[in-house]
Write a protein that binds this ligand. Structure first.
Ligand code: LHQ
Length: 271
């Protein structure tokens, strides 16, 4: 398979492998910590993938030994200065982190995150916001916020209790300890933990596999799994019926059933 590099800002590398758009966070000297510029490029790269009909899945990873150390604490936008009044760090959330987390949730294709090393703060919660998270054995997850006087952001407040339950969410968020990838898997925080030398192949295999599946159904599955948590049973059943009805009119359902009955591989194309 050939991997062609597309034009992009250096801090987020963009490549295409078959129907998979590959995004690599690329500030390894700072453990891929997010600057405002990098957050803008990451969101743009996700927008571009969303709008390109040749893309059927996205794979995100980090360059170097880390996945992402969260917000770059030396970014002048948020770094406290002794001789200046405190800055409004909420501005960064409003303009960068909220749109980024919502962009992930509204992607019209599945997003796989291959966590190659430490994922801290907003870097951890960005990863956890992806549809499938696979991590290298040496990777870890840190809710680093409490150590610098903050709360979990980039969706962490919403995700953590849903993923691992109240007691473990509080343990992670209050103490800010490092959670090794194998424990993250056994707690249900992530889908899989794999040996380091298998991460790249495993992440790509998952993304390629999802890319060959009925994309619309995957995206609606993401939606209903989240929305059902807020609904009573009857409303969840009604939402299932409404979405199922819509999917039933789409090409991929017809193709899936016909391919099954014809005993051939399906060719999905809806997006
Ligand atoms: C870094 C960073 C970093 C800059 C490592 N920034 N340089 C939202 C809105 C507004 C404000 C604040 O935050 C947020 C959201 C958030 O994400 S808050 C959480 C921010 N992240 C953190 O607090 C994590 C800080 N980093 C760490 O605790 C450690 O670096 C971890 C545990 C990630 C990795 O530890 P080590 O493997 O021991 O690496 P290291 O600490 O030696 O870091 C290597 C280099 O990367 C080092 O630079 P240097 O020039 O000395 O080699 C670090 O300064 C730099 N770096 N994280 N977030």
């Amino acid at each position: 398979m050939s991997q062609s590099t597309l034009p992009a800002a250096d801090c987020v590398l963009v490549a295409q492998e078959g129907a998979v758009r590959v995004l690599t966070l690329n500030r390894p000297q700072a453990l891929n910590a997010f600057t405002a510029t990098m957050l803008a490029h990451l969101r743009q790269a996700l927008d571009d993938a969303a709008h390109d009909r040749a893309v059927r899945a996205v794979l995100v990873s980090g360059a170097g030994r880390a996945f992402c150390a969260g917000q770059d604490l030396s970014d002048p936008l948020i770094k406290p200065e002794a001789d200046q009044p405190p800055k409004d760090i909420g501005h960064l959330l409003d303009h960068y982190y909220i749109p980024l987390a919502l962009r992930l949730r509204s992607m019209p294709v599945p997003v796989v995150c291959a966590v190659n090393g430490v994922a801290a703060g907003a870097g951890a919660n960005f990863a956890l916001g992806c549809d499938l998270v696979v991590a290298a054995q040496s990777a870890s997850f840190i809710q680093a916020f409490s150590k610098i006087g903050l709360i979990p952001d980039c969706g962490g407040s919403w995700l953590l209790t849903r993923l691992v339950g109240r007691a473990r969410a509080r343990q992670l968020a209050l103490l800010g300890d490092k959670l090794p990838a194998d424990q993250a898997q056994s707690w249900g925080l992530i889908a899989r933990c794999v040996p380091d030398d298998q991460l790249a192949a495993e992440g790509m295999a998952l993304a390629q596999r999802l890319a060959a599946m009925p994309t619309k159904a995957l995206v609606e599955t993401r939606r209903i799994l989240d929305e059902a948590l807020e609904l009573n049973l009857e409303d969840a059943l009604k939402l299932e019926a409404r979405l199922q009805s819509q999917l039933g009119f789409a090409h991929d359902y017809q193709e899936g059933v016909n391919a099954f009955l014809d005993k051939r591989a399906p060719q999905y194309k809806d997006r």
